[in-house]
Write a new protein. Structure first.
Length: 117
C-alpha cells in the first residue's frame, strides 16, 4: 500500500526556511516521508485531539544536537492513504504547538484539498 503525503502551506514555508539553515534536514525529511508512504506511522500520537495527529522527533545533524534538540514534525492522518504534513520546527526555537493551533492547521490543510477528497 502506498500512502500519498501532502504538505500544508505552513509546513512548506517552515521547511524551506529550515533547509536553508540546516541542509541535512532534507535527507532526514525524505526518510520520514518514505516511511509514511510505506504505511508506517512514526512518532507519538498527540492526545486530546479529535484527529489522528502524530509528532515525530528528527535529529538535527547540522547542529549535532540529536533528537532532543532536533526537529519536530507534526502530521495528520486524514485517511488510510492520505497524510498531511502540518508543521516542522526546531525544538530549541519553539516550544510545543498548542492543540488549538494544530486544529487550525488541520482546517487549513483540509480547505486546500480538492473537493473530491
Amino acid at each position: 500500500m502506498t500512502v500519498e503525503v501532502r504538505s500544508a502551506r505552513q509546513f512548506d514555508k517552515q521547511f524551506k526556511r529550515l533547509v536553508r539553515k540546516y541542509p541535512l534536514l532534507f535527507e532526514d525529511a525524505l526518510e520520514l516521508t518514505a516511511q509514511i508512504k510505506q504505511g508506517q506511522l512514526p512518532g507519538d500520537q498527540i492526545p486530546n485531539l479529535a484527529y489522528e495527529v502524530y509528532k515525530v522527533r528528527l535529529p538535527n545533524r547540522n547542529a549535532k544536537k540529536g533528537k532532543s534538540g532536533g526537529f519536530r514534525v507534526i502530521y495528520y492522518v486524514k485517511t488510510q492513504d492520505l497524510i498531511g504534513m502540518l508543521s516542522i520546527y526546531v525544538k530549541s526555537e519553539q516550544t510545543d504547538i498548542p492543540l488549538t493551533e494544530i486544529t487550525a492547521l488541520i482546517a487549513e490543510f483540509l480547505s486546500d484539498l480538492p473537493d473530491e477528497e
